[in-house]
Design a protein around this ligand. Structure first.
Ligand code: F6P
Length: 542
């Protein structure tokens, strides 16, 4: 059992402090300090981060910053940026920051500067993207490519898919981009049902190139293509691969000339600014993609060099620790007030939960404290008409991140002001609520008063940026990547492996032949699984 963290003096100090401030109300905190809104906010990299509507005092922030120092956050940041093998269970460096390092910089892995390699691949991607976008790259029958279908799952899908949606405003509208991830044939069938194979390019994205879902979808895509084009040679014109595994790519039948490489020091969920973003680059063009990388890099530098008290990922991470470990909050809601960020919380689910969903520390001891929270959410006002009721008046404490932009990309009057009025109103209502006296003063009948009273004191972070550009998206994603890093460091866990997804894969592989076999299989599972498999085999025949 690991008790190292909870025995730290800074942790103990936070526990004692929590007992003193746990019932403080945001109403009181704001009333006592008219400048709280300004004092508890930081502006950096064109992001205004207001954390004043959190249940924190100056002392809380001071103690959280002391905790960050005590757990050696500074050294861990340096270790990551300098290519140390901090992913200890897989003996790998963790260098997604190298993917956006400017040309000419130096980051060494195993005695080799990886930055020139990164830029070589980026240039290959840019050249290919330009050929597709200009129509120079043609399909097998000479037709122009009009459809891009990315086949991948997890980190090889969620990042490019989220970013394509987020940056659709900047995309070439003559191209149709789709994303297939689920092994459910419906995903593939629906993605291609109105497409012409002669005009369709598949990007098979898989770090390992062994993932069941992706290879199954890729095989179906090949069959679908060849059913119309009748010639194996068509594969070279309609399939490219993104992978670290050239051998498996070649085995699948894709020419490794048409492979875009990345490296084992890029984790799947940290990979969309590598070649995994090829579909995105084709959609938005290399210039916008480079602009996004510049945004990532700006946030990396902010994280690496800014003192902790003004450091956005550090503050975001530490405030999360405060609720997760002291208030006992189990979830965090991510609430973007921008339709383009529709998939942002789905993306953050993998980034955060696959990284910090761990129950042993770096030494392999079971922890005696909570680690990664449950991440969920959906955009803006839609959530207000669905689950906000529970956040406002339920029994659970749900810290929320509100993300919004001052300028809209689609100035259809009066929408943006209405959207942002809701954005501001929600954090205000969550913080301050409405007392029984205020409700009574509105003339509400007595029996309704308890039902219409809002306790308030629900914490929120507000992340307000100017405009959703590729650059800003890069900054936002890097902000959350580093927030996850900060929290993983405090919890002393390995945020960069994902053994927890292995067992399910192994068991599925054992069951596949039992479903496929023509003979009745000799099932050796538990009585529940045996019955379910038998029932499925029987009814499937009907
Ligand atoms: O879900 C487990 C996982 O290994 C993720 O970490 C990864 O992003 C995903 O599967 C896809 O893996 P690959 O890119 O190798 O196909």
């Amino acid at each position: 059992m690991s008790t190292t963290l909870t025995q730290q003096p800074s942790w103990r100090a936070l526990e004692a402090h929590f007992q003193k401030v746990r019932d403080l109300h945001l109403r009181t905190l704001f009333a006592e300090d008219p400048k709280r809104g300004e004092r508890f906010s930081v502006e950096a990299e064109n992001i205004y981060f207001d954390y004043s509507k959190n249940r924190v005092t100056d002392e809380t922030i001071k103690l959280l910053l002391e905790l960050a120092e005590a757990v050696g956050l500074r050294n861990r940041i340096n270790a990551m940026f300098s290519g140390e093998k901090i992913n200890i269970t897989e003996q790998r460096a963790v260098l997604h920051v190298a993917l956006r390092a400017p040309k000419g910089s130096t980051i060494m892995v195993d005695g080799q500067n990886v930055v020139p390699e990164v830029h070589k691949v980026l240039e290959k991607m840019a050249a290919f993207s330009n050929r597709v976008r200009s129509g120079e790259w043609k399909g097998f029958t000479g037709k122009r490519i009009r459809n891009i279908v990315n086949i991948g799952i997890g980190g090889s899908d969620l990042g490019p898919h989220m970013a394509y949606d987020a940056l659709r405003y900047y995309s070439d509208r003559n191209l149709t981009c789709r994303f297939v991830s689920n092994v459910d044939g419906t995903d593939f069938a629906e993605a291609v049902h109105d497409l012409d194979p002669e005009e369709t390019l598949f990007i098979v994205s898989s770090k390992t190139f062994t993932t069941l879902e992706t290879l199954t979808n890729a095989r179906s895509a090949r069959d679908w293509t060849l059913t119309k084009l009748h010639d194996e040679k068509a594969v070279a014109k309609h399939f490219v691969a993104v992978s670290t595994n050239a051998k498996e790519v070649a085995k699948f039948g894709i020419d490794t000339e048409n492979m875009f490489e990345f490296w084992d020091w890029v984790g799947g969920r940290y990979s969309y600014d590598s070649a995994i973003g090829l579909s995105l680059m084709i959609a938005i063009g290399p210039e916008n993609f480079y602009d996004m990388l510049a945004g990532f890099h700006a946030m990396d530098e902010h994280f690496r060099t800014t003192p902790f008290e003004k450091n956005l990922p550090v503050l975001l991470g530490l405030i999360g620790i405060w609720y997760n470990n002291f208030f006992g909050a189990e979830t965090v809601a991510i609430l973007p007030y921008d339709q383009y960020l529709e998939r942002f919380s789905a993306y953050l689910q993998q980034l955060d939960m696959e990284s910090n969903g761990k129950h042993v520390d770096l030494e392999g001891n079971t922890v005696n404290y909570q680690t990664g929270p449950i991440i969920w959410g959906q955009p803006g006002t839609n959530g207000q008409h669905a689950f906000y009721q529970l956040i406002h008046q339920g029994t659970k404490l749900i810290p929320c991140d509100f993300i919004g932009f001052c300028q809209t990309l689609n100035p259809v009057k009066p929408h943006h002001d209405l959207l942002m009025a809701n954005f501001f109103a929600q954090t205000e209502a969550l913080a301050f609520g409405k007392t029984a006296e205020e409700v009574k003063a509105d003339g509400v009948p007595d029996y309704q008063v308890p039902h219409r009273t809002f306790e308030g004191n629900h914490p929120t972070n507000t992340i307000l940026a100017d405009r959703l550009t590729p650059n800003m998206l890069g900054k936002l994603v890097a902000l959350y990547e580093h927030k996850v890093f900060v929290q993983g460091t405090v919890w002393n866990i390995n945020s960069f492996d994902q053994w927890g997804v292995e067992l399910g894969k192994v068991l599925a592989n054992r069951i596949i032949p039992e479903l496929e076999s023509a003979q009745e299989p000799d099932l050796k599972h538990d009585s529940s699984t045996n019955t379910l498999i038998s029932r499925y085999r029987e009814l499937r025949k009907a």
